[in-house]
Design a protein around this ligand. Structure first.
Ligand SMILES: N[C@@H](CCC(=O)N[C@@H](CS)C(=O)NCC(=O)O)C(=O)O
Length: 275
């Protein structure tokens, strides 16, 4: 979605993130798994502005898999690993796995633990929630950052921070026009801001009514549905989108569920930094 975390932040850094266990198997996995992601926003609450990178971070944590982080400020640098030039990419040894859905599927195999219930109907429901989050809910997040006039100045500031001033006067606006065009094609912005935010409020009401009062979204345990939905909705809770953040905060059941998933999946502080 965001053709542009591209220009925010430093070129690359490598942080080691450990799971809670420190067995030989964990150490092996730690050197085996590298998450290639976009720039680190430097927020304690969000490892990434990218909801798809956030989803993978939280899946790694939920599965207690240690990994190394590698930040690329320009998604084009991801093309050798993912022809679509998108983050996230997970390196399993030297093998690149692209797309958050495929990455989370691979992580389950590596961890030897499923993130969907054993009941096939519930497993299908969890995958449907993932698809809904990655597409429909994501469209509102992109609209909130790129199309909403109230948020564009802070989005531009955050995403294009490293760009030379002259280029910055031209490029962000052009990229924004392309993103908004795609949002219209995705229907979410076709009727303009009033319709978009009316539907958004109604979506939040439904999520609030459906949010589980304890445990995970589908089948009781935290799993795939939680990771995918959390990643998109929690991404609305940053300083980039204050109106949308406050709208989420007004929904108490939804907020309580988000906070529980956050607590269950927040990565431990980086154990070490390498150049
Ligand atoms: N379906 C992909 C979507 C990934 C995606 O949209 N990544 C964005 C960052 S949130 C990106 O890399 N955008 C750069 C671009 O499209 O040029 C997934 O689930 O991983």
């Amino acid at each position: 979605m965001l053709p542009l975390e591209t220009f925010g932040g430093e070129a690359s850094c490598h942080d080691a993130v450990r799971g809670s266990g420190h067995s030989a198997g964990h150490d092996l996995l730690h050197s085996l798994l590298t998450l290639i992601e976009l720039a680190d926003p430097g927020l304690p609450s969000h490892e990434s502005y990218s909801p798809f990178c956030l989803k993978v971070h939280r899946a790694l944590r939920l599965l207690d898999l240690p990994y190394t982080r590698r930040n690329e400020s320009d998604p084009r640098r991801l093309r050798p690993f993912n022809p679509k030039g998108q983050a996230p990419v997970l390196l399993v040894g030297d093998e690149p796995v692209a797309d958050s859905t495929d990455i989370v599927a691979r992580l389950q195999v590596l961890a030897g633990r499923a993130l969907v219930p054993t009941d096939p109907r519930l497993a299908a429901e969890a995958r449907l929630v993932e698809e809904f989050a990655d597409t429909a809910v994501n469209a509102y997040l992109v609209a909130a950052r790129w199309a909403d006039e109230r948020n564009w100045p802070s989005t531009k500031e955050a995403y294009f921070v490293g760009m030379p001033r002259l280029v910055r006067a031209i490029v962000p606006g052009r990229l924004r026009a392309g993103v908004v065009e795609r949002l219209v094609a995705r229907e979410v912005w076709r009727g303009g801001p009033d319709e978009c935010w009316r539907r958004f409020a109604s979506l939040l009401d439904d999520l609030d009514a459906r949010a589980p009062s304890a445990g995970g979204w589908v089948g009781g345990e935290y799993g795939l549905a939680d990771l995918a939905l959390f990643a998109q909705v929690h991404s609305l809770r940053t300083p980039l989108t204050p109106w949308q953040r406050d709208e989420v905060a007004r929904r108490q059941n939804l907020t309580a569920w988000l906070d529980r998933v956050d607590a269950a999946t927040r990565p431990a502080a980086p154990a070490s930094m390498a150049a």
